[in-house]
Design a protein around this ligand. Structure first.
Ligand code: UD1
Ligand code: CA
Length: 459
């Protein structure tokens, strides 16, 4: 049995007040559409179809090869949108899931239930409903005396009596394909708005004397639809809760999940502790037994096991095992800290490798450099890697001792076991086992009383 899905994503999303098409607004770092596609893929057997229209180019670009994009132009309503999938699906599917791309919290399991219900249904439609106090502008489910579904009535045409109905149309349906395409062709233009409504297919089935199955869903949080940025924030909180809950159930400790912001797709290993006010984003993986945060921002980075990242920032960086960094350390693109590196406060590393056991305790900038194993970078060391036009490399050997406040003017090589004195300005390569010093302070005159009075009393 071929099950395919159609996601309607052509609407304008006026109420978002945005230049970005609604379905590309991110939730936990990924566009709404990503979440919807992930869910429907769990219930279908074929490549899904996405109906695009408003902002078509941008939406198509995101969809890429993950689905078949079809254009709806002009946008004449949800029924008209679904019709656009007919040329690619007719004869290629037994069941068609249709849902709206602004319902990104619906889960894969829920679509699976819907498909299972439809497989047992002698009629052509199974649909999802929810009972809620707040109608949120959703269509109302009108039932007959015998309890079977009669129709969906959109809010703006509903009578006062219908408006009071608490059972709402969620916007997830599974149709038998052979009935669907003919039915869509029979949907009449709605006289009030000049649109063709997908919801009118329900009444058509009833008129055909065929049963419609309505599955009443009990998880209200799944049915948050996004029409405004207020809804977007509500949905964000739900997605965050889900991600954090899944991680906690997989063995991650969170001191305060409500202030732990982990994006979809991030992985975190067992026995890692994530502290409050921590953001973990993009393509990031974190190993086991780490301590991350508080007040930490990590993006597109790889972290090994047993690392500590304390009040720090990293982007595009990599930590191997047992690395200890922070507070206030910053790793930028291409920073690679190997096993047991220690990086203390106010350091910055970019496009550089710090080999195992390197210590860089305080106030340093290392850029375009490699630093050999067990080398010590003294406080205030700077790799002067940029001459105003180009970046130049610095190569520091193993067991080197860089004295505090050394300026390492690149391109530069410093051999194994060498040392630089405090304040050295190193402009030439240093061979192995060599001590270099620069500009030691020299006495210029004897201090007088006035000078020492001034100490501690700057004017
Ligand atoms: C729709 C349903 C309503 C349901 C609610 C649940 C209809 C007529 N109404 O209302 O019963 O309770 O969703 O979320 O179906 N779209 C297109 N092309 C169009 C129009 C819309 O692709 O021409 C897409 C939109 O991008 C959107 C989805 O269809 O993703 C739903 O459209 P929207 O205008 O948000 O419908 P609602 O008023 O929310
Ligand atoms: Ca909507």
């Amino acid at each position: 049995m071929k099950v395919t899905a159609v996601l309607l994503a052509a609407g304008q999303g006026t109420r978002m007040k945005s230049n970005l098409p609604k379905v590309l607004h991110p939730l936990a770092g990924k566009p709404m559409l990503w979440h919807s596609l992930k869910a429907i893929n769990q219930a279908s057997t074929e490549k899904p179809v996405v109906v695009v229209g408003h902002g078509a180019e941008q939406v198509k670009e995101f969809v890429g090869e993950s689905a078949i994009s079809v254009i709806q132009e002009p946008q004449l309503g949800t029924g008209h949108a679904a019709m656009q999938a007919e040329p690619v699906l007719k004869g290629n599917a037994d069941y068609v899931i249709i849902t709206y791309a602004d319902m990104p919290l619906l889960r894969g399991e829920t679509f699976q239930q819907l498909v299972e219900t439809q497989k047992k249904n002698s009629g052509p439609i199974s649909m999802l409903t929810v009972i809620a106090e707040d109608p949120r502008g959703f269509g109302r489910i009108v039932r007959k005396e015998d309890g079977t579904v009669a129709a969906i009535v959109e809010e703006y045409v509903a009578t006062a009596e219908q408006k009071a109905i608490k059972e709402l149309n969620v916007g997830a349906y599974c149709f038998s394909a052979d009935w669907l395409w003919d039915a869509l062709a029979r949907v009449q233009k709605n006289p009030r708005k000049g649109e063709y409504y997908l919801t009118d297919t329900i009444e058509l089935a009833v008129k055909d004397g065929l049963p419609v199955q309505a599955l009443i869903h009990d998880d209200l949080l799944e049915t948050i639809g996004i029409n405004t940025r207020v809804h977007l924030a509500e949905a964000e909180a739900v997605v965050r809760q889900r991600i954090n809950r899944d991680l906690m159930l997989a063995g991650v400790t969170m001191i305060d999940p409500a202030s732990t912001y982990i994006e979809a797709g991030v992985t975190v290993g067992q026995d890692t502790v994530v502290m409050p006010n921590t953001y973990i984003q993009g393509e990031t993986t974190i190993g086991e037994g780490c301590e991350i945060g508080p007040n930490t921002h990590i993006r597109n980075s790889r972290i090994g096991n047993r690392c500590k990242v304390f009040m720090s920032v990293m982007e595009g960086a990599r930590l191997e095992d047992d690395v200890d960094m922070g507070p206030f350390a910053r790793l930028r693109k291409g920073a690679h800290l190997m096993d047991h590196v220690h990086m203390g406060n106010f350091g910055e590393v970019k496009d550089s490798t710090l080999r195992p056991g390197v210590k860089m305790g305080h106030f340093s900038y290392i850029g375009n450099a490699t630093v050999g194993a067990n080398t010590n970078i003294g406080a205030g060391t700077i790799t002067c890697n940029y001459d105003g036009q180009k970046k130049h490399p610095t190569e520091i050997g193993e067991d080197v001792f860089i004295g505090s406040d050394s300026m390492l003017v690149a391109p530069l090589k410093i051999g194994d076991r060498s040392r630089t004195g405090a304040g050295a300005v190193v402009t030439k390569d240093v061979p192995e086992d060599t001590l270099v010093v620069g500009m030691p302070a020299r006495a210029i005159r004897k201090l007088e009383k006035r000078d020492s009075d001034r100490v501690g009393h700057p004017s």
